[in-house]
Design a protein around this ligand. Structure first.
Ligand SMILES: Cc1cc2nc3c(=O)[nH]c(=O)nc-3n(C[C@H](O)[C@H](O)[C@H](O)COP(=O)(O)OP(=O)(O)OC[C@H]3O[C@@H](n4cnc5c(N)ncnc54)[C@H](O)[C@@H]3O)c2cc1C
Ligand SMILES: NC(=O)c1ccc[n+]([C@@H]2O[C@H](COP(=O)([O-])OP(=O)(O)OC[C@H]3O[C@@H](n4cnc5c(N)ncnc54)[C@H](O)[C@@H]3O)[C@@H](O)[C@H]2O)c1
Length: 479
């Protein structure tokens, strides 16, 4: 077995690991970045980018379908599944290629291929061919799909997100399990591309939404577009000559439907379980996860840091990059360890209407303010710009604290949520009051006027300052 000695070993060459490497290598040349499978990252290969490519095709199909509303009559519209998937794969490869190249450009002595596991607090064995001794470690091993046992009855018709992006053609039908982020994004996209789907959930929840009023609205909207069994009790999944047969109970009745594939989008589990983490000498919680500080990413008072999806805290791309930076900086300067900037929580789901969550959830606001908070709201059904473009569906709710007037969080199900969520996240991070947010300019006619309506509603309910007076434009077509 080869032996290597370094200052810092980084396990996992995904987004968090690559950013950590950049930071560590500013402090020491004795660093190694270890990858167990392939270069290219989850985001570029099987995550953010290919999923958005598939959604982009679905969006175009939906635009054509909606065109008649505007008096534009499309003729002979058909979806060429092979062409859809060819573009997804080609563009996906274009995103992956520079990432792989940037990895291959690293000095050879800084790279190691092979699955790593801990022998003790300072030694790893990598791919059973190399023993690496390091003073410090960054664990950045990401996550993988979690598949409940009942779904394994689908056998070779069981697929996960990774498989979808390698399809040559679109299938006839897919049972999508999990109305979380992945299930909703991929399920709706497939449905809009002409694939028969049914989306199965267990508890009525819809992705990351926590505000019951918005959850209800979103559930009704999605159920009006495709088959949604949000509270299904799945009894049996098995393969027949026709495909994969799903048997479930819902509203007191048993149902059966057969699909070509079953897509498991039932959450992801951190890649911690194959690391022999128990040998690393750090404290683990009752689920076997390292106990760590979310501001320094340090595991207890050890020399080991943990960043990205593997810590299971905020499994999003920009958070993985932030965490890689913090963990890398600290691994580089250890024993000096500093707290890094954690941004206001922001998540966007690229369904149509889009979903976004910002800052605290309504439950967290309630807890922080001990119930002393108010909620402002706008429906997009009558909102000027949304009506003009035929996207007048959805609801936005903003939360503010009584007494301070601080804006604390929001949930959105509606058009342009990806953009409004940024304005809201930036406001929350700047600790703006609702009054300050209303002092900002709002153009006309834009969807953000709907956001202003919700903020005004919130401001009124917070009862701070003089009574707000609506001028005619604001009570007219904009809001
Ligand atoms: C379908 C899908 C869509 C998504 N869409 C979005 C989106 O639109 N926006 C967004 O913000 N986020 C999105 N995400 C989430 C985002 O992709 C992740 O948060 C991010 O990629 C995590 O980066 P990471 O560095 O933690 O992990 P990864 O990029 O997964 O890197 C971990 C690396 O560690 C390696 N590894 C694992 N175990 C070992 C070991 N023992 N030894 C050596 N190497 C090991 C793995 O092979 C992998 O290369 C999506 C995810 C999915 C699955
Ligand atoms: N746009 C984005 O930012 C984006 C897109 C995709 C993924 N992601 C990231 O990837 C993570 C994982 O996504 P995900 O969708 O796999 O997880 P998730 O946690 O968002 O959703 C999992 C869903 O599966 C459901 N579920 C669990 N067991 C089930 C069963 N037996 N039958 C039916 N439903 C079941 C859960 O109730 C939940 O709704 C997300 O948390 C997110 O951070 C982000």
């Amino acid at each position: 077995m080869d032996k290597r000695e370094v200052d810092v070993a980084i396990i996992g060459a995904g987004t968090a690991g690559m950013v950590a490497y950049q930071r560590v290598s500013k402090k020491t040349d004795r660093v190694v970045l270890i990858e167990g499978e392939r270069y290219g990252t989850t985001c570029a290969r099987v995550g953010c980018m290919p999923s958005k490519l598939l959604i982009a095709a679905a969006d175009r199909a939906e635009d054509v379908r909606q065109a008649e509303v505007f008096g534009v009559i499309p003729t002979d519209v058909r979806i060429d599944g092979r062409a859809v998937m060819a573009r997804v794969r080609t563009e996906r490869d274009r995103f992956v290629e520079p990432v792989v190249k940037s990895m291959e450009a690293l000095p050879e002595e800084h790279r190691l291929m092979g699955h790593a596991r801990f022998l003790d607090g300072h030694r790893l064995v990598v791919g059973e061919h190399t023993e690496v001794t390091a003073q410090r470690f960054v664990i950045a091993t990401g996550s993988r799909p979690n598949i409940p046992d009942v779904l394994k009855g689908a056998k070779d018709r069981l697929i996960v997100n990774d498989d979808v992006f390698d399809w040559q053609d679109l299938p006839e039908s897919v049972a999508v399990f999990g109305p979380g982020v992945i299930g909703l994004e991929l399920g709706q996209a497939l449905s809009r591309l002409g694939v028969r789907i049914r989306l199965f959930g267990v508890d009525g929840s819809i992705a990351a939404l926590r505000d019951e009023k918005i959850v209800d609205y979103a559930r009704r909207t999605f159920a009006s577009e495709f088959a949604l069994s949000a509270e299904a009790d799945t009894r049996k999944v098995h393969c027949t000559d026709q495909g994969v047969e799903v048997t479930w109970r819902e509203n007191g009745q048993e149902h059966q439907e057969t699909f070509e594939y079953l897509l498991a989008a039932t959450g992801r589990r951190p890649n911690i379980d194959h690391l022999d983490i128990q040998n690393a000498g750090i404290d683990l919680d009752d689920r076997g996860m390292p106990v760590y500080d979310p501001y320094t990413l340090r595991c207890g008072d050890s020399h080991i840091f943990i960043a990205g999806d593997v810590n299971n805290d905020r499994p999003l791309l920009h958070e993985a990059a932030d965490e890689g930076r913090i963990a890398g900086d600290n691994a580089g300067t250890y024993p000096e360890v500093r707290a890094g900037l954690r941004r206001v929580p922001l998540a966007v789901i690229f369904t149509d209407p889009q979903i976004a969550t910002v800052g605290m959830s309504i439950a967290e606001v309630g807890e922080r303010c001990r119930g002393c908070f108010a909620v402002g709201e706008v429906s997009f059904e009558g909102q000027g710009r949304s009506k003009v473009i035929g996207r007048n569906e959805g609801l936005l709710r903003v939360y503010g604290e009584h007494g301070s007037g601080l804006f604390l969080g929001a949930e959105i199900f509606g058009p342009a949520a990806e953009h409004m969520a940024h304005l809201l996240a930036w406001s929350a991070q700047q600790r703006l009051t609702v009054g300050c947010m209303l002092d900002m300019p709002f153009y006309h006619p834009v969807i953000e006027e709907g956001l202003r309506t919700a903020l005004k509603d919130l401001h009124r309910k917070l009862r701070m300052g003089p009574e707000a007076v609506d001028d005619c434009m604001e009570c007219g077509p904009g809001g």
